[in-house]
Write a protein that binds this ligand. Sequence first.
Ligand SMILES: O=C(O)c1ccccc1NCC(=O)[C@H](O)[C@H](O)COP(=O)(O)O
Length: 250
Amino acid sequence: MARKRRELAVRPPMAPRPRPAPRDFAGALIAKVPGRPVSVIAEVKRKSPSGGAFPHADVVAVARAYEAAGASAISVLTDGPDFGGGLEDLVAVRAAVSVPVLRKDFLVAAREVEESALWGADAVLLIADALEDGELREMVVAAREVRVAALVEAHTEAHAERALAAGAELVGINNRNLATLKTDTGTALRVMPRLRSRSRALVAESGLKTLADLLAAREAGADSVLVGESLLREPEPGRALRRLLGVEAS
Ligand SMILES: O=C(O)c1ccccc1NCC(=O)[C@H](O)[C@H](O)COP(=O)(O)O
């Protein structure tokens, strides 16, 4: 986040560009699909600090396969140094699929939320644990003003409460502790039941690998799950998503 703040301080404002009509990210998360325990936000990234490199450089091909396999939305990592992504990936994936697209990055200012809309993001990820209350509130307000959905992520119940106090309607509970990179899939299961009645949609994030994980997430109140690594480790991520959803045998 310190690196992102330094970069932003010297980056000139983005030139205006025509924005594509936004797609309904919240609606996609909460829409019930017969036979599916929860909706899936399927993630594309070339590498990650905890997972190393993934064997799929063509994120557009993976995103298309995810959509064909039933993903309700696609998460695109736009961070370069840690995830091998960029805004060009967001633009290319958005043009290649018809489901909503989430910009996943370490955003630190309202200005970046506004710019994300111009790049075509239907939703942005905001990380409560890494933002001050005032920053988070400003970014949630900016998202509402430019009609981009804000998925506000927290790792602990305390940060989830801060997300709700900042006006978040879509709350993600990240099973991964971003300080240690350790993942415990029990985290979202413990925190989500306390948030159920106060959020429009709940998303369990990280470390999810099996249909049983998805069923447990639903039981704890999740509308949706965010899944990357367990799909990207497989030779065919689209087939892996179908297996995860239980529509194709393992
Ligand atoms: O994944 C990491 O190593 C990581 C490191 C530092 C900050 C964020 C990180 N990941 C972001 C995520 O939480 C995941 O990309 C997302 O929830 C999907 O998780 P997974 O299914 O485990 O790839």
